[in-house]
Ligand binder design. Structure first.
Ligand code: SF4
Ligand code: SF4
Length: 255
């Protein structure tokens, strides 16, 4: 039975695709985006997050923390265990809803992803994925209803500076993905102060006929508290203003 490291299962999500969805966050990502809002999903190992403001000093850390000051992120689960959680929400998966496999980079845990897609099919549940598209596997992608994939920065050097990897592979994978018949929602997180080349990304996406939508998502600083809890390095970015979002918004499109 396929098994993998799960960071979280979030119910009633309205932002991870169409309809009401339950999102499974898998742990581990080969990128390291400085603005990542799920930094607890980057490491491929379970991690302890520590929130000192919640610590009541009870000294019972060895017995497990009940105040929420020390939280372990990452639990090894089989596909069946994940599925039994997802089935609890089945009545809500109407109107195009279903599950979204996210992360981290879900394609880094292919065996678990394959098993989850198969279980969704067996249970007549829709299944989508959020991915950085750093990996490509047509057989896996063909089993999905749609894919949400990011192109964060156009220039590969700047992409490497902010995410730790170049983007040639991601561009190639977008082109390959366009050859199979899966709707793609392409997305760019909008990070003020970073030369992202949103105009060029939009032009590239317009050339891919399976991209049904190109979305621009404003940066939000939710990841900062989690980075502190993980004792990771912090880079601060500005939240984009309404004016800036309107300015870049002209590059977004829906087909
Ligand atoms: S168990 Fe939690 S609240 Fe108690 S000392 Fe440890 S971290 Fe603090
Ligand atoms: S690709 Fe996504 S999960 Fe991975 S580091 Fe970047 S924002 Fe975080």
């Amino acid at each position: 039975m396929a098994k993998g490291l799960v960071a979280d299962i979030q119910r009633a999500s309205l932002h991870d695709g169409y309809g009401i969805r339950t999102t499974v966050f898998l742990k581990g990502c080969p990128l390291n985006c400085k603005w990542c809002h799920n930094p607890e999903c980057i490491s491929f190992k379970p991690e302890t997050m520590y929130y000192p403001e919640k610590c009541i000093g009870c000294g019972k850390c060895d017995e497990g923390c009940f105040s929420g000051a020390k939280v372990v992120c990452g639990q090894y689960m089989t596909a069946d265990e994940v599925m039994s959680e997802l089935l609890l929400d089945k009545p809500y998966y109407k109107d195009g809803g279903g599950i979204t496999i996210s992360g981290g980079e879900p394609m880094a845990q292919k065996q678990l992803v394959k098993a989850l897609i198969a279980l969704c099919k067996n249970n007549s549940i829709g299944c989508a994925m959020e991915t950085s598209l750093i990996y490509y596997d047509a057989d896996i992608f063909k089993g999905l209803d749609f894919i949400m994939a990011d192109m964060k920065i156009w220039d590969t050097g700047i992409h490497k500076e902010y995410t730790g990897v170049g983007n040639e592979q991601i561009k190639d994978n977008f082109k390959k993905l366009n050859t199979i018949n899966i709707p793609i929602i392409a997305r760019t997180p909008v990070i003020p102060g970073v030369e992202q080349g949103i105009d060029k990304i939009s032009e590239f996406m317009q050339g891919l006929e399976n991209v049904v939508q190109y979305e621009l998502l404003p940066y939000h600083p939710l990841g900062i508290a989690k980075r502190k809890a993980l004792r990771k390095e912090i880079t601060e970015f500005d939240i984009p203003s309404k004016e800036y979002m309107l300015e870049v918004g002209r590059y977004a499109f829906i087909r």
